[in-house]
Design a protein around this ligand. Structure first.
Ligand code: C5P
Length: 296
Protein backbone atom coordinates (compact mmCIF):
# COMPACT_ATOMS: atom_id res chain seq x y z
CA UNK A 1 0.00 0.00 0.00
CA UNK A 2 1.57 3.29 -1.11
CA UNK A 3 -0.74 5.69 0.72
CA UNK A 4 -2.90 5.43 3.84
CA UNK A 5 -5.27 8.08 5.21
CA UNK A 6 -6.09 8.13 8.89
CA UNK A 7 -8.70 10.06 10.82
CA UNK A 8 -7.75 10.72 14.45
CA UNK A 9 -10.28 12.22 16.89
CA UNK A 10 -9.43 14.65 19.69
CA UNK A 11 -10.40 13.90 23.31
CA UNK A 12 -11.86 15.60 26.32
CA UNK A 13 -11.40 14.60 29.95
CA UNK A 14 -14.61 13.99 31.82
CA UNK A 15 -12.37 13.62 34.87
CA UNK A 16 -8.71 13.83 35.86
CA UNK A 17 -7.65 12.67 39.31
CA UNK A 18 -3.99 12.81 40.32
CA UNK A 19 -3.47 9.88 42.67
CA UNK A 20 0.31 9.95 43.18
CA UNK A 21 3.72 10.36 41.57
CA UNK A 22 5.98 7.59 40.21
CA UNK A 23 9.76 7.27 40.63
CA UNK A 24 10.39 9.39 37.51
CA UNK A 25 8.22 12.26 38.79
CA UNK A 26 5.40 11.36 36.40
CA UNK A 27 1.93 11.76 37.83
CA UNK A 28 -0.23 8.71 38.43
CA UNK A 29 -3.71 9.36 37.16
CA UNK A 30 -7.24 8.03 37.32
CA UNK A 31 -9.34 9.61 34.60
CA UNK A 32 -12.28 9.15 32.27
CA UNK A 33 -11.65 10.28 28.71
CA UNK A 34 -13.85 10.54 25.66
CA UNK A 35 -12.96 10.93 21.99
CA UNK A 36 -15.01 13.60 20.20
CA UNK A 37 -15.82 14.53 16.61
CA UNK A 38 -13.02 17.05 16.11
CA UNK A 39 -10.56 15.36 13.80
CA UNK A 40 -6.93 15.43 12.76
CA UNK A 41 -6.30 14.00 9.28
CA UNK A 42 -3.04 12.14 8.80
CA UNK A 43 -1.91 11.08 5.32
CA UNK A 44 0.96 8.60 5.15
CA UNK A 45 2.91 8.05 1.95
CA UNK A 46 5.46 5.25 1.66
CA UNK A 47 9.08 6.32 1.05
CA UNK A 48 12.59 5.35 2.22
CA UNK A 49 13.13 7.91 5.02
CA UNK A 50 10.89 9.66 7.57
CA UNK A 51 9.74 13.23 6.79
CA UNK A 52 6.77 15.35 7.81
CA UNK A 53 4.72 18.32 6.63
CA UNK A 54 1.60 20.07 7.89
CA UNK A 55 -0.87 22.78 6.95
CA UNK A 56 -0.05 24.29 10.38
CA UNK A 57 3.08 26.41 10.22
CA UNK A 58 3.58 26.59 13.99
CA UNK A 59 4.40 22.95 14.73
CA UNK A 60 7.83 21.28 14.39
CA UNK A 61 8.23 18.89 11.47
CA UNK A 62 11.42 17.20 12.70
CA UNK A 63 11.98 14.57 15.41
CA UNK A 64 10.65 17.05 18.01
CA UNK A 65 7.19 16.27 16.66
CA UNK A 66 5.55 13.33 18.47
CA UNK A 67 4.21 12.02 15.15
CA UNK A 68 7.77 11.71 13.74
CA UNK A 69 8.94 10.11 17.01
CA UNK A 70 6.09 7.61 16.75
CA UNK A 71 7.15 6.65 13.20
CA UNK A 72 10.76 6.17 14.34
CA UNK A 73 9.62 3.98 17.27
CA UNK A 74 7.32 1.96 14.97
CA UNK A 75 10.23 1.00 12.69
CA UNK A 76 12.50 0.32 15.69
CA UNK A 77 9.88 -1.86 17.41
CA UNK A 78 8.91 -3.88 14.35
CA UNK A 79 12.38 -4.09 12.79
CA UNK A 80 10.80 -3.16 9.46
CA UNK A 81 13.20 -1.31 7.15
CA UNK A 82 11.00 1.41 5.78
CA UNK A 83 10.05 5.05 5.91
CA UNK A 84 7.11 7.38 5.48
CA UNK A 85 6.13 10.92 4.64
CA UNK A 86 3.60 12.13 7.21
CA UNK A 87 1.25 14.95 6.26
CA UNK A 88 -0.88 16.30 9.09
CA UNK A 89 -3.94 18.43 8.46
CA UNK A 90 -4.37 20.04 11.85
CA UNK A 91 -7.73 21.04 13.26
CA UNK A 92 -7.16 20.46 16.97
CA UNK A 93 -5.55 23.48 18.66
CA UNK A 94 -2.19 23.02 20.39
CA UNK A 95 -1.79 23.42 24.18
CA UNK A 96 -5.52 22.76 24.51
CA UNK A 97 -5.66 19.54 26.57
CA UNK A 98 -7.38 17.86 23.62
CA UNK A 99 -4.42 15.58 22.78
CA UNK A 100 -4.09 16.77 19.17
CA UNK A 101 -0.38 15.85 19.00
CA UNK A 102 -1.11 12.45 20.57
CA UNK A 103 -3.93 11.92 18.07
CA UNK A 104 -1.43 12.53 15.24
CA UNK A 105 1.04 10.05 16.75
CA UNK A 106 -1.73 7.48 17.27
CA UNK A 107 -2.71 7.99 13.62
CA UNK A 108 0.88 7.38 12.48
CA UNK A 109 1.16 4.11 14.45
CA UNK A 110 -2.24 2.77 13.32
CA UNK A 111 -1.58 3.88 9.72
CA UNK A 112 1.93 2.39 9.55
CA UNK A 113 0.66 -0.91 10.98
CA UNK A 114 -1.80 -0.99 8.07
CA UNK A 115 0.59 0.27 5.39
CA UNK A 116 3.38 -2.18 6.24
CA UNK A 117 0.99 -5.02 7.17
CA UNK A 118 2.91 -5.36 10.44
CA UNK A 119 0.06 -7.20 12.17
CA UNK A 120 0.57 -5.47 15.52
CA UNK A 121 -2.18 -5.93 18.10
CA UNK A 122 -3.79 -2.87 19.73
CA UNK A 123 -1.75 -3.69 22.85
CA UNK A 124 1.52 -3.63 20.86
CA UNK A 125 0.57 -0.36 19.13
CA UNK A 126 -0.16 1.10 22.59
CA UNK A 127 3.30 0.00 23.79
CA UNK A 128 4.88 1.99 20.94
CA UNK A 129 2.56 4.91 21.71
CA UNK A 130 3.46 5.01 25.37
CA UNK A 131 7.15 5.46 24.47
CA UNK A 132 6.19 8.77 22.83
CA UNK A 133 3.48 10.23 25.12
CA UNK A 134 1.08 9.24 27.89
CA UNK A 135 -2.17 9.99 26.03
CA UNK A 136 -1.27 8.03 22.88
CA UNK A 137 -2.54 4.59 24.01
CA UNK A 138 -5.97 6.07 24.70
CA UNK A 139 -5.93 7.93 21.38
CA UNK A 140 -5.39 4.54 19.69
CA UNK A 141 -8.32 2.96 21.60
CA UNK A 142 -10.77 5.91 21.63
CA UNK A 143 -14.40 5.82 22.77
CA UNK A 144 -15.09 6.18 26.49
CA UNK A 145 -12.39 4.72 28.73
CA UNK A 146 -11.14 4.85 32.30
CA UNK A 147 -7.38 5.35 32.29
CA UNK A 148 -4.97 4.79 35.13
CA UNK A 149 -1.24 4.67 35.81
CA UNK A 150 0.56 7.16 33.58
CA UNK A 151 -1.79 6.40 30.70
CA UNK A 152 -0.77 2.74 30.34
CA UNK A 153 -3.79 1.12 32.04
CA UNK A 154 -6.87 1.38 29.84
CA UNK A 155 -10.17 0.00 31.07
CA UNK A 156 -13.62 -0.09 29.50
CA UNK A 157 -16.18 2.42 30.74
CA UNK A 158 -19.91 2.83 30.09
CA UNK A 159 -20.45 4.70 26.85
CA UNK A 160 -21.09 8.43 27.14
CA UNK A 161 -24.79 9.10 26.46
CA UNK A 162 -25.69 11.09 23.37
CA UNK A 163 -25.00 14.78 23.92
CA UNK A 164 -23.57 17.85 22.24
CA UNK A 165 -20.22 19.25 23.24
CA UNK A 166 -19.12 22.84 22.69
CA UNK A 167 -15.36 23.28 23.04
CA UNK A 168 -13.86 26.76 23.39
CA UNK A 169 -10.15 27.38 23.00
CA UNK A 170 -8.99 30.69 24.50
CA UNK A 171 -6.17 32.66 22.92
CA UNK A 172 -3.55 31.44 25.38
CA UNK A 173 -2.70 27.74 25.65
CA UNK A 174 -1.25 25.87 28.64
CA UNK A 175 1.95 23.81 28.61
CA UNK A 176 1.33 20.33 30.07
CA UNK A 177 4.60 20.09 32.10
CA UNK A 178 3.89 23.57 33.53
CA UNK A 179 0.38 22.56 34.64
CA UNK A 180 1.76 19.49 36.46
CA UNK A 181 4.62 21.54 38.00
CA UNK A 182 2.09 24.15 39.23
CA UNK A 183 -0.02 21.35 40.70
CA UNK A 184 2.99 19.99 42.63
CA UNK A 185 3.80 23.46 43.92
CA UNK A 186 0.25 24.41 44.89
CA UNK A 187 -0.64 21.08 46.51
CA UNK A 188 -4.35 21.81 46.15
CA UNK A 189 -6.48 18.74 45.49
CA UNK A 190 -9.92 18.75 43.86
CA UNK A 191 -12.57 16.20 44.85
CA UNK A 192 -12.71 13.75 41.93
CA UNK A 193 -15.28 10.96 42.32
CA UNK A 194 -14.75 8.63 39.40
CA UNK A 195 -16.98 5.85 40.76
CA UNK A 196 -19.91 8.26 40.94
CA UNK A 197 -19.12 9.62 37.48
CA UNK A 198 -19.04 6.10 36.00
CA UNK A 199 -22.31 5.19 37.73
CA UNK A 200 -23.93 8.30 36.24
CA UNK A 201 -22.64 7.22 32.83
CA UNK A 202 -24.05 3.75 33.27
CA UNK A 203 -27.41 5.32 34.14
CA UNK A 204 -27.07 7.70 31.14
CA UNK A 205 -27.79 10.55 33.53
CA UNK A 206 -26.26 13.62 31.87
CA UNK A 207 -26.97 15.90 34.86
CA UNK A 208 -25.12 13.60 37.24
CA UNK A 209 -22.29 13.17 34.73
CA UNK A 210 -21.91 16.94 34.73
CA UNK A 211 -22.16 17.05 38.54
CA UNK A 212 -19.27 14.58 38.92
CA UNK A 213 -16.99 15.95 36.19
CA UNK A 214 -13.84 17.16 37.98
CA UNK A 215 -10.26 17.95 37.02
CA UNK A 216 -7.31 18.25 39.41
CA UNK A 217 -5.41 20.39 36.91
CA UNK A 218 -8.14 22.97 36.39
CA UNK A 219 -6.75 25.42 38.95
CA UNK A 220 -3.11 24.41 38.53
CA UNK A 221 -3.19 25.11 34.79
CA UNK A 222 -3.44 28.78 35.78
CA UNK A 223 -5.48 29.84 32.77
CA UNK A 224 -7.33 33.04 33.67
CA UNK A 225 -9.80 32.28 30.91
CA UNK A 226 -11.12 29.00 32.38
CA UNK A 227 -13.69 30.39 34.81
CA UNK A 228 -15.11 33.08 32.46
CA UNK A 229 -15.54 30.52 29.65
CA UNK A 230 -17.17 27.99 32.00
CA UNK A 231 -19.64 30.65 33.13
CA UNK A 232 -20.29 31.69 29.52
CA UNK A 233 -21.08 28.11 28.45
CA UNK A 234 -23.37 27.56 31.45
CA UNK A 235 -25.14 30.88 30.73
CA UNK A 236 -25.64 29.68 27.14
CA UNK A 237 -27.42 26.53 28.38
CA UNK A 238 -24.73 23.93 29.11
CA UNK A 239 -25.63 21.36 31.76
CA UNK A 240 -22.00 21.29 32.90
CA UNK A 241 -18.65 22.77 31.92
CA UNK A 242 -15.00 21.99 32.66
CA UNK A 243 -11.45 22.44 31.43
CA UNK A 244 -10.10 19.39 29.55
CA UNK A 245 -6.78 17.72 30.51
CA UNK A 246 -4.09 20.27 31.30
CA UNK A 247 -6.00 22.98 29.41
CA UNK A 248 -6.54 25.53 28.16
CA UNK A 249 -9.65 24.42 26.19
CA UNK A 250 -12.94 24.42 28.11
CA UNK A 251 -15.98 22.40 27.08
CA UNK A 252 -19.68 22.55 27.83
CA UNK A 253 -22.04 19.55 27.72
CA UNK A 254 -25.44 20.28 26.18
CA UNK A 255 -28.41 17.91 26.13
CA UNK A 256 -30.11 19.83 23.34
CA UNK A 257 -28.59 20.20 19.86
CA UNK A 258 -30.27 23.48 18.99
CA UNK A 259 -29.09 25.14 22.21
CA UNK A 260 -25.52 23.93 21.52
CA UNK A 261 -25.67 25.22 17.92
CA UNK A 262 -26.94 28.60 19.12
CA UNK A 263 -24.14 28.78 21.71
CA UNK A 264 -21.48 28.11 19.05
CA UNK A 265 -23.00 30.71 16.73
CA UNK A 266 -23.22 33.30 19.52
CA UNK A 267 -19.54 32.79 20.42
CA UNK A 268 -18.23 32.48 16.86
CA UNK A 269 -20.10 35.53 15.55
CA UNK A 270 -19.63 37.48 18.79
CA UNK A 271 -23.41 37.95 19.05
CA UNK A 272 -22.90 38.33 22.81
CA UNK A 273 -20.24 40.10 24.80
CA UNK A 274 -17.45 37.56 25.36
CA UNK A 275 -15.66 37.57 28.74
CA UNK A 276 -12.32 36.94 26.97
CA UNK A 277 -10.97 36.37 23.49
CA UNK A 278 -11.84 32.93 22.10
CA UNK A 279 -9.46 31.62 19.41
CA UNK A 280 -11.67 28.78 18.20
CA UNK A 281 -14.95 27.09 19.02
CA UNK A 282 -16.09 23.60 18.01
CA UNK A 283 -19.42 21.80 18.05
CA UNK A 284 -18.82 18.09 18.61
CA UNK A 285 -20.35 14.79 19.67
CA UNK A 286 -18.82 11.84 21.50
CA UNK A 287 -17.42 9.22 19.08
CA UNK A 288 -16.79 5.55 19.83
CA UNK A 289 -13.45 5.16 18.00
CA UNK A 290 -9.82 6.22 18.15
CA UNK A 291 -7.33 6.76 15.29
CA UNK A 292 -8.70 4.79 12.34
CA UNK A 293 -7.65 4.03 8.77
CA UNK A 294 -10.14 5.60 6.35
CA UNK A 295 -11.69 3.34 3.77
CA UNK A 296 -11.27 4.84 0.31
O1 C5P B 1 3.37 12.43 28.12
P1 C5P B 1 3.16 13.86 27.74
O2 C5P B 1 3.97 14.28 26.55
O3 C5P B 1 1.73 14.22 27.65
O4 C5P B 1 3.71 14.65 29.01
C1 C5P B 1 4.26 15.94 28.96
C2 C5P B 1 4.81 16.29 30.34
O5 C5P B 1 3.73 16.42 31.29
C3 C5P B 1 5.72 15.26 30.97
O6 C5P B 1 7.06 15.43 30.57
C4 C5P B 1 5.55 15.53 32.46
O7 C5P B 1 6.28 16.67 32.86
C5 C5P B 1 4.09 15.91 32.56
N1 C5P B 1 3.24 14.73 32.86
C6 C5P B 1 3.24 14.21 34.14
N2 C5P B 1 2.45 13.12 34.42
C7 C5P B 1 1.69 12.54 33.47
C8 C5P B 1 1.67 13.07 32.16
C9 C5P B 1 2.46 14.16 31.90
O8 C5P B 1 3.92 14.71 35.04
N3 C5P B 1 0.96 11.48 33.77
Amino acid sequence: MEQVKVIAPAKINLSLDITGVDEKGYHLLDMVMQTISVFEKVTLTKQDDITMSSNAKFIPTDSKNTAVKAAMKFFEYTGIKGGVHIHIKKTVPIKAGMAGGSADAAGVIVGLNHMYEAGLTTQQMCEIGLMCGSDIPFMIHGGTKRIQGTGNIIMPAPQMPQCHIVVCMPTKGVSTPQAYANYDEMGVKTLVENEKLLKAMEEENLEDICRYMANDLEKAAGSEETEPIKKLLLDLGATGSMMTGSGAAVFGIFSDEETAEKAVKAIRNKEIELPCAVRSVFLAKPVSFGASVMKK
